[in-house]
Design a protein around this ligand. Sequence first.
Ligand SMILES: [Zn+2]
Ligand SMILES: [Zn+2]
Length: 296
Amino acid sequence: MISKPSARAYVTFWGTRGSIPTPGNSTEKYGGNTPCVHIQHEDTDIILDAGTGIRNLGLELMQQKRKMDLHLLLSHTHWDHIQGLPFFVPAYSKETNIYIYGSPQKESFLEGILQRQMDVNYFPVDMNALQAKLIIKEIEFEALTIDAATVQWQEQVCHPGGSVRYRIEINGKKIVYATDVELDKLFSPSADSSDDNKKLKDEYNDFIKDADLLIADAQYTQEEYIAKQNWGHSSIETVLKVAHKQGVKQLALFHHDPQRSDTMIDKLWKKHSPHYALHDRPMNTFWAREGMTLAI
Ligand SMILES: [Zn+2]
Ligand SMILES: [Zn+2]
């Protein structure tokens, strides 16, 4: 349920799973849909990624029967982050304007990538059938202004093909969305200490500093990560340490591995959260769950 708009921003998780949807009774608590997060502040709708979770968000938005200006910020165009877009019902409504933002550094233009996803070989409906006004923009400027929100962004190189992280400043609060990034390449004790790496570390630290909410890729445990190096995802232990050091107030661990069952997540939660909750500089740490709404 999307709460009634007020001066607070409401952050709802519609998809929290990484890589591929994982329906089934072992994942029903934390959810099986791939990444999609909705931030609502008064009449402003900002959507982070268009994984399969965006389908349910679309159904919910349509129930509100209002003219919509939707701002969709894409981290990148790996399937798990765009696959829900052809099933996003507001895109078929003339009453909707959808502004889609993504990295300017792709070899082919973002619009072409999204169009090809709806090629007849992959999907039965052509992109031209979408009745909404689609405005596809590669981000040019340092910051975007969306109504009362300021959106900062940065390229993340530690992911195959790259990805973009976003920081949404709204209502005096900072919400950071930084998924699909291999932080262990920069922050693990064995990471190389080149100047380039140091610069990337500083950029990441500055970007998340004092965030009221950080939504962060934490696909693997440290143990699993050993066999998954260079796959572009972070270990839980590294994310926890880095986020806490930078004074993050709430950390949502995100992009759950497809193999991660609800029981396994519950165990990880019990193992890691108390340490940070009881710290003299507490950080509220939780695993993002589909359907969860936070008021920020
Ligand atoms: Zn992903
Ligand atoms: Zn990816």
